[in-house]
Design a protein around this ligand. Sequence first.
Ligand SMILES: Cc1cc2nc3c(=O)[nH]c(=O)nc-3n(C[C@H](O)[C@H](O)[C@H](O)COP(=O)(O)O)c2cc1C
Length: 135
Amino acid sequence: MYELVYHSKARSRINKSDITDILEISRANNKKYSITGCLIYFGKKFIQILEGDKSAVHNIYSKIEQDNRHFEVTLFYHGPKMNREFKKWSMGYFEGDNSIMQTKFGISENALLENSHRSKETVKEFWQSIKKIIE
Ligand SMILES: Cc1cc2nc3c(=O)[nH]c(=O)nc-3n(C[C@H](O)[C@H](O)[C@H](O)COP(=O)(O)O)c2cc1C
């Protein structure tokens, strides 16, 4: 099992129906390739985790990187893991704002995106707290 987490900035014209489209195609494609994960949309930014076979994860990520609905797609963390965090989700979704990120996760956006926090443990704790909210 392999995981990849990235963050990106949404194009300013992004609206609800773009998000619905992204989730629809993601859920259909990810099911096909046994990918699970979660997408967070907050303050015009995305954070996403993809879980699955290494090659399947990288294939999907290379498509996502080229998608013009977002930009500055930045790899945050990737590596092997024992188990899927989002086994029930071909793509879970959570929408929030910066203050929710701070109060719910006790982690500010900047802290999360800083290099010094780019560890396997931080990533795991972060996604576990997201999972608690969406499940
Ligand atoms: C923020 C964001 C997240 C995305 N997540 C996924 C995803 O998890 N899986 C996926 O297949 N496509 C995802 N997409 C869509 C891809 O960029 C691409 O449009 C899609 O995979 C193309 O599918 P197709 O090759 O079947 O046309 C995402 C796009 C954006 C902007």
